[in-house]
Design a protein around this ligand. Structure first.
Ligand code: DC
Length: 226
């Protein structure tokens, strides 16, 4: 069967990476978590500038020193920043927020989008993010748009943070989810939006298993037609 490109977009904390990883495993495809690329870039910026006001010119001058990669691990993959495994360092609320902020900068997006497009040259890829079906791969054979109610996503994120030993407050996590949704959908550059030809999956009331069954059926159907 011919390999295809699967583009998965959606709001933060709606399970995009879980779906993308599982689908990539099922299909034997490469998985690319583009949020991790924005987060690793944010970590580099944070280390240089701290979390004060973002200085766009300073950030742009750093881009040439930022080299992002992925390494395979037993449970999937980890993102690297200049050769350092930064997977756990980037999964904090602080870096998530910073990633959301730097992702509004046009040049930062162009820098990462070019790398993402190069990764998809041979197809056989599942990529998740906010602009994959609209900007990175508008020609993707399968586009999925994942969504869930903000309260459901906040609860999931809250439990994930707790499991990592953090002590989150549910109201703060919900406020953060809403802020991030607003920024992701209202930014001038490549705002999060559903591609017209995307299959929408609202998983607010769906088990992971049911969701995967449905998505695998859609994937198989799409592969059969290319
Ligand atoms: O999916 P995530 O929470 O790891 O993404 C972190 C931030 O990066 C998110 O707030 C928006 C940004 N992002 C983006 O603008 N475009 C992408 N393709 C992926 C992530």
């Amino acid at each position: 069967m011919k390999p295809i490109i699967v583009a998965i977009d959606g709001y933060s904390s709606c399970g995009k990476s879980t779906v993308a990883k599982a689908l990539a495993k099922y299909a034997g495809y490469t998985y690319v978590d583009t949020g991790a690329m924005y987060r690793a870039t944010a970590l580099y910026v944070y280390r240089q500038l701290g979390d004060g006001a973002l200085d766009k010119e300073a950030i742009l001058s750093m881009l040439e020193n930022i080299h992002i990669g992925f390494v395979k691990t037993a449970e999937g993959q980890h993102v690297t920043l200049n050769g350092e495994d930064v997977e756990s360092l980037i999964r904090t609320l602080e870096i998530g927020n910073m990633a959301s902020q730097i992702s509004t900068i046009k040049e930062v997006r162009a820098f990462l989008v070019a790398q993402q497009q190069a990764m998809g040259q041979n197809k056989g890829i599942v990529m998740d993010g906010r602009d994959i079906g609209t900007v990175v791969f508008p020609q993707a054979e399968l586009k999925l748009f994942l969504t869930a109610a903000p309260e459901v996503r906040a609860e999931r994120r809250f439990l994930e943070l707790q499991a990592k030993g953090e002590t989150p407050v549910l109201e703060d996590v919900l406020a953060d989810v809403n802020d991030r949704d607003y920024r992701d959908t209202h930014r001038a550059e490549s705002p999060l939006r559903q591609a017209e030809d995307a299959v929408v999956v609202d998983n607010s009331n769906m088990t992971r298993e049911k969701q995967m069954e449905y998505i695998i059926e859609v994937f198989k159907g799409r592969c059969a037609t290319v």
